[in-house]
Design a protein around this ligand. Structure first.
Ligand code: IVH
Length: 695
């Protein structure tokens, strides 16, 4: 189940790090389900909420952002079967707005970033956000040569043959189109075509699709393009990738060229003079939404002037010049049959509503989290209640409320168990925490299982072809009890290869995959242990600090004494507080854990931490901007510096590497001089950024 975070502002640093690690894992899983398997388990709105939460936490704790985390990535790496295509320019995603005010704020941000005078108008193009999947089409010499999916934003799949079957996509362009021209847009299926396709699929006893988007995705990813040709796919063009020459000065004119060249551009798109007009269009289209022939999930606003777009650039994976304004949540009524309790890796007990399955916004929902005991009490939901469920703006399907009038007469309030339903151990609630936890530790089968699953998960040991289901089955049959047993499976070859669904080949593959993971970077190893509050980010902090597993292990033993130097050193690590330290020390002190750790150390090659190198001259440096900048606004300067890996600070100290001083610089420049910190002019700074001078 998902980390529930109501208020990002209230998160401690440790909670933030933990949540970011959890979110990274969840988002990666959902990316995989959505992009590679065309089988999402959550709605787009829920997915967006995960992303939003991730960004909000990263914004508050920028240094905790994971380099390989969700904001650096778009979608999932391409699946096999198609050849890969490196995008000449990355295919971006969009940040989201959920209410009108977010849109107003978006325009204000743009204005601040560009340093615009009040009198200057900012035109916006508003377009429906088509609920399909994006594709990039490359024309050379006016001929459609290469078409690709978005993939992870950098590399997609070559689906040229499939795209050529789509009637909306012109084979050739008129001579006035640029010699090299990449156009991007959305492949989608109309609702009517989707229903008809599902009928044909049912008649043929083939798989049906959950919604038009999945149908479009499944049709586009056929290895046999004659199947794609039989599927009624369409295409709306809305942006560009590489072009050999500029096409227009504004996005609006660009769209008009697209139409001239034979592309289909969404007819509801409109040029708006300001946010008021754009928001009015949003309302208008929202009202007409259900009568449109295709699914849309919001409105995209784009800054019309292309010179401004290029100045605005992008932040992590999304452009600063566009935003997607999502339509509100869809709700539905259903019956809550039962409240069950799930026990997680760290013993947390999560109540789950078991629902009469219901379709909300195109996806069937049968379970929803109730978060914790307080939440159940606050909402007073009971088994047997008719409830309103919602999917949007929230992480997982949510029970909004119970319908009082429909409550069965004999209904009783839910009583939260005081013993773990899995192992019978006492349930405890720590002071200041809302979660209740099973105190069974390793004797609790649910916790032990979840820990094993975590151990092999993607960001931990990532053993190919060895997922949660296998772990569960192997554990039930006694093949593995502890993580160390995984690395001893080679002595059970016979038992594995004779299992149901297994053969010699698959056993060999599994053992090879396990073998490949005998060498593991220290930070992954630490993360894999599943110590409470030690996610990827804290794993990396510890790896960086201690360097080797031996050093970490010794330090944790010594740190049991709170008077020791080892303890002081541990809590002095920036990002590790007393609470994380306590969990770590307790983990290493536990006898069972010690045994497993010693076994693992014998079986594995835990690689020492290697400091990452980056090629940007300012990566890792701390910069302070002061005075007036002439080439760009402060915001733009800060963003560029951060993109190159620099840390931007507001005040000068001994830790400052450079002060960039423009006209009117006062006390900060003076302080820099006193401290002997290098002071650069804006020009010198720009030269450094461009690699023309080295620090
Ligand atoms: S512009 C650089 N315009 O939404 C910006 N995207 O959440 C690129 N989408 O990946 C996207 N309709 O698949 C844009 N009118 C529209 C869109 C649109 C649908 C999709 C697209 C994109 C995703 C981002």
């Amino acid at each position: 189940m998902t980390a529930q975070v109501k208020n990002v502002d209230a998160l401690t640093r440790e909670e933030a790090a933990q949540t970011l690690a959890e979110l990274a894992e969840q988002i990666a899983r959902h990316d995989q389900l959505y992009h590679q398997q065309d089988a999402p388990e959550i709605s787009d709105a829920e997915y967006d909420e995960l992303r939003r939460l991730n960004s909000a936490i990263e914004e508050r704790f920028p240094d905790l952002a994971l380099t390989d985390g969700p904001s650096g990535r778009v979608g999932a790496a391409p699946a096999s079967g198609f050849s890969k295509v490196a995008h000449a320019q990355p295919m971006l995603s969009l940040s989201n707005a959920f209410e009108a005010n977010d849109v107003v704020e978006f325009i204000a941000r743009v204005r601040r970033f560009l340093g615009l005078e009040e009198a200057e108008t900012v035109e916006i193009v508003a377009e429906p956000k088509i609920d399909g999947l994006s594709a990039s089409l490359r024309y050379e010499g006016g001929v459609f040569l290469l078409g690709a999916t978005r993939g992870d934003g950098t590399t997609g799949e070559n689906i040229t043959a499939n795209l050529k079957t789509i009637a909306d996509i012109p084979e050739t362009l008129p001579p006035d189109a640029p010699a090299i021209f990449e156009v991007r847009g959305e492949v989608y299926m109309s609702r009517e075509d989707f229903f008809a396709l599902n009928e044909r699929q049912t008649a043929a006893e083939s798989k049906t699709f959950a919604n038009p988007r999945n149908a479009a995705a499944g049709s586009l990813r056929q290895l046999d393009s004659s199947i794609t040709a039989a599927r009624p796919l369409r295409f709306f063009a809305y942006s560009t990738g590489e072009t050999s020459e500029p096409v227009a000065d504004t996005h609006w004119n660009f769209l008009s060229h697209l139409k001239d060249w034979g592309f289909s551009v969404n007819p509801l798109s409109r040029l708006c003079a300001d946010s008021t007009e754009a928001l009015a269009l949003y309302e208008e289209i929202d009202a007409a939404r259900s009568s449109l022939p295709y699914d849309i999930d919001g409105i995209v606003y784009k800054i019309n002037r292309l010179d401004w777009q290029s100045r605005l650039g992008m932040v992590s994976r999304a452009p600063r010049w566009a935003i997607a304004h999502k339509f509100a949540a869809e709700q539905a009524e259903t019956v809550l049959h039962n409240i069950s309790i799930q026990v997680g890796r760290t013993g947390a007990l999560t109540p789950v509503a078991e629902l009469e399955p219901i379709t909300v916004g195109g996806v069937v929902v049968s379970r929803a989290t109730l978060h914790n005991a307080d939440e159940i009490e606050r909402k007073d939901v009971r088994a047997g209640d008719s409830v309103i469920v919602q999917r949007a703006g929230d992480v997982i399907p949510q029970v909004v409320r119970a319908i009082a009038e429909k409550r069965p007469k004999d209904s009783k309030p839910f009583i939260f168990p005081d013993h773990c339903p899995e192992c019978g151990s006492v349930v405890m609630q720590e002071e200041g925490e809302v979660v209740r936890r099973c105190t069974g530790g390793l004797i609790c089968p649910a916790q032990a299982l979840e820990r094993l699953k975590h151990f092999v998960s993607r960001n931990a040991f990532d053993i190919e072809g060895f997922g949660g289901k296998h772990i569960e089955a192997f554990r039930t049959d006694g093949l593995i009890k502890t993580p160390a047993d995984i690395f001893r499976l080679a002595s059970h070859t016979e038992e594995i290869s004779t299992r149901d669904g297994w053969g010699e080949q698959s056993t060999d593959n599994l053992l090879a995959a396990i073998e490949a993971r005998r060498h593991i970077p220290l930070e992954r190893f630490i993360y894999a242990l599943g110590v409470r509050q030690v996610g990827q980010s804290n794993g990396r902090l510890l790896a960086r600090h201690y360097g080797t597993f031996e050093a970490l292990s010794e330090a944790m033993a010594a740190a049991q004494d709170p008077e020791s130097e080892a303890f002081s050193a541990l809590i002095a690590i920036d990002g590790i507080g007393p609470s994380v330290a306590a969990d770590l020390i307790a983990f290493f002190a536990e006898d069972h854990n010690q045994t497993v750790l010693n076994e693992l150390a014998e079986l594995l090659d835990i690689e020492p931490f290697i400091q990452a190198e980056t090629d940007s001259p300012i990566a890792g440096r701390t910069v302070v901007f002061t005075g007036t900048l002439e080439e760009m606004t402060r915001g733009e300067a800060k963003a560029r510096a951060e993109t190159l890996g620099a840390k931007v600070s507001g005040s000068v100290s001994k830790k400052t590497d450079f002060v960039v001083a423009g006209p009117g610089a006062g006390s900060k420049a003076k302080k820099a001089a006193e401290l002997g910190v290098t002071v650069l002019s804006e020009q010198q700074w720009l030269e450094m950024l461009n690699g023309e001078a080295t620090p």
